[in-house]
Design a protein around this ligand. Structure first.
Ligand code: SAM
Length: 281
C-alpha cells in the first residue's frame, strides 16, 4: 500500500510548498480574515498551550504566540519548506514561545492531553483518513479543551475554485476527484465533518456559516493572478503536471477572461463561503 498521505507530502514538501513560501504574504492577505473568525472562537489565556495544525508558513502560529505570551504554541505540518519559513519568521520577529515540527498529524504520535486549544486555518482537509487524524487530535487535547478550525464550503459557493475548474475543463478531460478525497474541499459537507468529530469523541460541535469577500493575489495584475492560480491548488497542479507550456498559456488566457469581472485593480475579489467549526473535549 502507498504511504499514507504520500501525495500530500509530495505536494506540500515539493512544488506546492515552495509556491506557498514564495507567495506567503498574498496567501495571508486572502486567508487572514477567515482564520480570524476561527481564532475568535477560542478564549485564549496568556498561559494557554496551543496546537496549530497544518500551520504552513506559521503566520497564525506567530499571531497566537503573541496572545499566549506565557504559554507555548506548537505548529505542526508535513511541509519542510513551509516550516523552514515559519522558523525563520519566528526568529526575525524574536518570538520564542513557538515550537515547529515536521509531523503528519494523522499518522505520527502527538503529545497526549497537552493542549488547551487546537486551531487550524485550512490545514485539516488533506488527510487520507480524517477519522484517524481527528482521533489523534482529540487525544492531544486536555479534558475540557477546545478545537476551532476554518474550512471551505461547497466549491459552487467559492467561485475562485468553481469558475477556474469550469475553465480548465474546457481544455482537459478533468475527472472529478472522488467526493471527500483529500483537498481544499474535502470538508464542504457539514454532516460529514460533524460525524468525523463525533466519532473522534468531540462534543458541543458547532458550525458558523461564514460568507465574505476575499482578496486573492493582492497587488497582482490579472495576468499574474491567473498564472498563479494554476500553481496554488494541489488538485489543479496534479492535473496539469504533464501538460505542455502552450496549453497552460491558453488556459491562462481563458482564466483571465473568466476572472476579469472579479479583478478590482488590487487582485481578485471573490465571494467566499467557509465553515467555522468549533468543538470541545
Ligand atoms: C492550505 S495550507 C494552509 C496553511 C496555513 N494553515 C495557512 O493558513 O497559511 C494546508 C496545510 O496543511 C498541511 N498539511 C496537509 N496534510 C497534513 C498532515 N497530514 N499533517 C500536518 N499538516 C498537513 C500542508 O502542508 C499545508 O501547510
Amino acid at each position: 500500500m502507498e504511504d499514507k498521505n504520500a501525495k500530500q507530502k509530495d505536494f506540500w514538501s515539493g512544488k506546492g510548498g515552495d509556491y506557498w513560501v514564495e507567495k506567503q504574504s498574498e496567501m495571508d492577505i486572502m486567508l487572514n480574515p477567515l482564520g480570524e473568525k476561527a481564532l475568535a472562537k477560542l478564549d485564549l489565556k496568556s498561559n494557554s498551550e496551543v496546537l496549530d495544525i497544518g500551520c504552513g508558513c506559521g503566520a497564525t502560529t506567530l499571531e497566537i504566540a503573541k496572545k499566549v505570551s506565557e504559554g507555548t504554541v506548537t505548529g505542526l505540518d508535513i511541509s519542510v519548506p513551509m516550516l523552514g519559513k515559519a522558523e525563520s519568521e519566528a526568529s526575525i520577529q524574536g518570538i520564542a514561545n513557538v515550537d515547529f515540527k515536521v509531523i503528519d498529524v494523522q499518522v505520527d504520535q502527538l503529545a497526549s492531553e497537552k493542549y488547551d486549544y487546537v486551531y487550524s486555518r485550512f490545514g485539516v482537509m488533506f488527510f487520507d483518513d480524517p477519522y484517524e487524524a481527528f482521533k489523534n487530535i482529540f487525544s492531544s487535547i486536555k479534558e475540557g479543551g477546545e478545537l476551532s478550525f476554518v474550512c471551505w464550503q461547497d466549491p459552487s459557493l467559492n467561485p475562485w475554485q468553481s469558475l477556474s475548474v469550469q475553465v480548465i475543463r474546457g481544455y482537459l478531460d478533468m475527472p472529478s476527484p472522488p467526493p471527500r478525497s483529500p483537498g481544499p474541499f474535502a470538508f464542504h459537507e457539514k454532516d460529514y465533518v460533524k460525524e468525523i468529530l463525533e466519532q473522534s469523541g468531540f462534543s458541543n460541535i458547532s458550525f458558523d456559516d461564514n460568507q465574505e469577500d476575499i482578496t486573492m493575489f493582492s497587488g497582482k495584475s490579472l495576468q499574474e493572478a491567473s498564472e498563479d492560480y494554476l500553481a496554488i491548488n494541489p488538485v489543479v497542479t496534479e492535473m496539469l503536471k504533464d501538460s505542455p507550456d502552450d496549453l497552460k498559456a491558453e488556459i491562462v488566457e481563458s482564466l483571465k477572461e473568466a476572472f476579469s469581472e472579479f479583478y478590482k485593480g488590487d487582485g481578485l475579489v471573490f465571494p467566499s463561503a467557509t465553515w467555522v467549526v468549533s468543538a470541545s473535549k
